[in-house]
Design a protein around this ligand. Sequence first.
Ligand code: MG
Length: 172
Amino acid sequence: MRIGIGYDVHALVKGRRLFLGGIEIPSDRGLLGHSDGDCLIHAICDAILGAISEDDIGHHFPDTDQNIKGIDSTKILSYVADLARKKGYRIINIDTVVVAESPKIYPHRDKIKQRLAQILNIEKDCIGIKGKTTEGLGFTGRREGIASYAVALVEREPEKWQEITGELNLMG
Ligand code: MG
């Protein structure tokens, strides 16, 4: 078993659509970014990448790459889940906190879980989504941005791992 942690922040600006956890949420502001700005997905990606000892999301998807400008973050999550599988890991569960003054996350949690479960190919009840405000304090409280935290637990699939280490001759 291995655990990973991820954190991400994006600025909230007028005139952008809001994407969080792979779904669009009605809002007067959206998250600014080289991608669609989905900081919840980015935090989850970094948690998984950390658990499998990979470099972070910025290494795999650099914001200087014009080919991925405006990329749908669900594509990044699919890539990360695929990478974990290829390295012989199975995702056990994901837990997250979205820090936002508004919009409220609670009414959307089920739809987000459903979407993430579909992308990660895990059960919906293996995903936790919690919304928190900061009681009006700080950049999240002033609605200047949204922050997300995530942890991911993964497990090595013994047979797959043996196959991979054999192929790569990691054991010398
Ligand atoms: Mg990000």
